[in-house]
Ligand binder design. Structure first.
Ligand SMILES: Cc1cc2nc3c(=O)[nH]c(=O)nc-3n(C[C@H](O)[C@H](O)[C@H](O)COP(=O)(O)O)c2cc1C
Length: 210
């Protein structure tokens, strides 16, 4: 198994994918299974994934993504959505724990009550959480893809309404991010430098360094 710290240093946002190569459905499912290991508030798991690996649909998705070539060149483009009504499905997430005796009924009711208190009627909070959960899952997805020897490209350069319509996503699903995954073709950029850790890290109170 790959070392996660090396994989974090290896991942880059790729532009050039080998359009002749595919990724099996089993690999796609495995990558998504790692994505769903991400944490989410109350374990609501707002994320939903549409894996677009049919070239005809990839071409339509590319058109909705301002013709970004990689969307159709790659083996699969994932669209990650976040469910703004995710809290309504929380009981489903907790039921297995209740049944297994890992959570008692009072805790089950208490957790649901807290989650509803936090999110019901709080449209901004629901949207923030859908984006936050979807983003954490997206990062897991890219790291899992990298660890399996693929490359990836995250994108927000797309028309969200057009993407939702194309993929038949209901109104409660907000498009979070699109991620192309596939096999490398030559010519991708090397790792881009980052601001130094000292510039972005403060201890105990914020220190401006920009
Ligand atoms: C939220 C988000 C949106 C992005 N949207 C696009 C995009 O639409 N097209 C693109 O080519 N790259 C996009 N990128 C890739 C960034 O340009 C890239 O992550 C950044 O330059 C850092 O490079 P690295 O990922 O190789 O470290 C996006 C990245 C993120 C996180």
């Amino acid at each position: 198994m790959s070392n996660v710290l090396s994989v974090l240093k290896e991942r880059v946002s790729a532009n050039n994918f080998d359009f002749t190569k595919t990724i099996s459905e089993a690999d796609i499912k495995e990558i998504v299974s790692y994505a769903t290991e991400a944490p989410s508030s109350f374990n609501i798991q707002h994320w939903r994934f549409v894996a677009v690996n049919d070239k005809a649909v990839q071409e339509k998705l590319k058109a909705a993504a301002y013709n970004q070539k990689k969307v159709a060149d790659c083996s699969v483009t994932f669209v990650i959505f976040g469910d703004v009504n995710g809290v309504d499905k929380l009981a489903l997430a907790y039921e297995p724990m209740l049944k297994a005796g890992a959570m008692d009924k009072a805790t089950f009711d208490g957790m649901l009550g807290m989650a509803n208190g936090m999110y019901k009627g709080n449209a901004q909070g629901c949207r923030d959480e859908a984006i936050r959960s979807g983003s954490l899952a997206a990062m897991n997805l890219m790291i899992a893809a990298q660890a399996k020897g693929f490359i990836s490209a995250p994108m927000i350069g797309f028309d969200p309404a057009a993407v939702s319509k194309l993929l038949g996503a209901p109104a409660n699903l907000v498009p979070v991010i699109m991620i192309s995954v596939g096999h490398a073709a030559p010519g991708n950029w090397p790792r881009k430098p980052r601001f130094s850790t000292d510039k972005v890290l403060s201890f105990n109170s914020y220190k401006e360094s920009f």
